[in-house]
Design a protein around this ligand. Structure first.
Ligand code: MTE
Length: 314
């Protein structure tokens, strides 16, 4: 288990894990107590679908960012480049039923219903740090399962060296897809060993409930040691391939967004430094936090890149 210390995050501005836990317990108790008595909805995510899931490995002891900040400050260019707009715009995306096409270098290709995937992959909660390439960060209790467990069931062949993920293409609803910006649909990829790493998660929920649409419902990736743009939302296709594919952000600006995108304070983005980060929910007067290499997950993942020049392969 990854244990971390609190950093320069003001506890008054972030929901502490203990508070988060006790609120969950309280809401659970309140929900049980109120069963049968017609009370208005509590409106707390913690009382939701995933209120009782177990805490999985690698769950860091960190102060959790307030859910409202995580749900109302999102990057979802299929809807808008404005971080507040997707909360409303993404509501129109129909996420049930949902299926995922599995293709490429794999013995069991096919179209899999998300419900069936979830039957095979019990979910757990993991609190991860998350760092956006735009130098803001947050700590989120994600609900999901290890991506590698799912991928192994599809039986990748020995030729599968990379895994490519594709977001749904639906310009009727995803109004950002009607114009340029990125070459739609959004595509991301991981090397197969990165995809199989036990930290890498397929995520279906957060804060004890289902994912809000703007955070990538019904199925998104979370790769906590990489910049946020690798964590693709609303996945409809997973393809196993032999060669490194082109990815959405790399295609749009190859000198700014490398394939690896490992969080690295020593490698600046061409237009800004990556040394420090603003913690989501903190005030403008709160000092920024020092960014950690691999976002603090170096003990778990640095070996994946041994011998590689991470300035060249950024
Ligand atoms: N996935 C899709 N399909 N479209 C996007 O625009 N933005 C990425 C990533 N996944 C994005 C995406 C970026 S830049 C970040 S920082 C994270 O989602 C943000 O996740 P969040 O909005 O849940 O905080």
């Amino acid at each position: 288990m990854l244990i971390k210390t609190k950093s320069n995050i003001l506890s008054s501005e972030i929901t502490d894990r203990a508070v988060f836990e006790s609120r969950r317990e309280f809401i659970k108790a309140a929900t049980i107590f109120s069963a049968g008595i017609m009370l208005p909805s509590l409106g707390h995510a913690e009382a939701g679908k995933y209120a009782d899931v177990p805490v999985g490995p690698y769950s860091a002891k960190l102060p959790v960012t307030d859910r409202e900040d995580v749900a109302n400050y999102t990057n979802y260019y299929e809807f808008s480049s404005n971080k507040k707009d997707s909360t409303v715009l993404a509501k129109g995306l129909k996420t049930k039923p949902w299926s995922v096409e599995v293709a490429g270098e794999v013995e069991k290709p096919g179209v899999y219903n998300l419900e069936d995937i979830l039957k095979d992959n019990p979910v757990q909660e993991r609190i991860y740090r998350f760092r956006c390439v735009e130098a803001w960060s947050m700590v989120v209790p994600w609900i999901g399962f290890p991506l590698g467990d799912m991928l192994k069931r599809f039986k990748p062949t020995s030729k599968a060296k990379f895994v490519e993920f594709t977001t749904i293409y639906n310009p009727k609803v995803m109004i950002g897809q009607r114009s340029g910006g990125l070459d739609w649909p959004y595509v991301e990829s991981l090397r197969i060993d990165e995809a199989m790493h036990p930290l890498t998660m397929m995520v279906t929920g957060m804060y004890g409930d289902e994912l809000p649409n703007q955070n990538g419902a019904p199925l998104r990736l979370i790769v906590p040691w990489k910049y946020g743009f690798k964590s693709i939302k609303a996945i409809v296709k997973i393809r196993f391939i032999e060669n490194m594919p082109e990815t959405a952000w790399h295609k749009s600006a190859p000198n700014e967004y490398g394939f690896y995108a490992n969080v690295n304070p020593e490698v600046s983005h061409p237009r800004w430094s990556q040394r420090r980060e603003r913690v989501l929910g903190s005030s403008l007067f709160t000092p920024k936090r020092d960014t950690e290499k691999f976002n603090g997950y170096g003990a778990e993942v640095a070996a994946l890149y041994s011998g590689m020049d991470l300035k060249k392969y950024f």
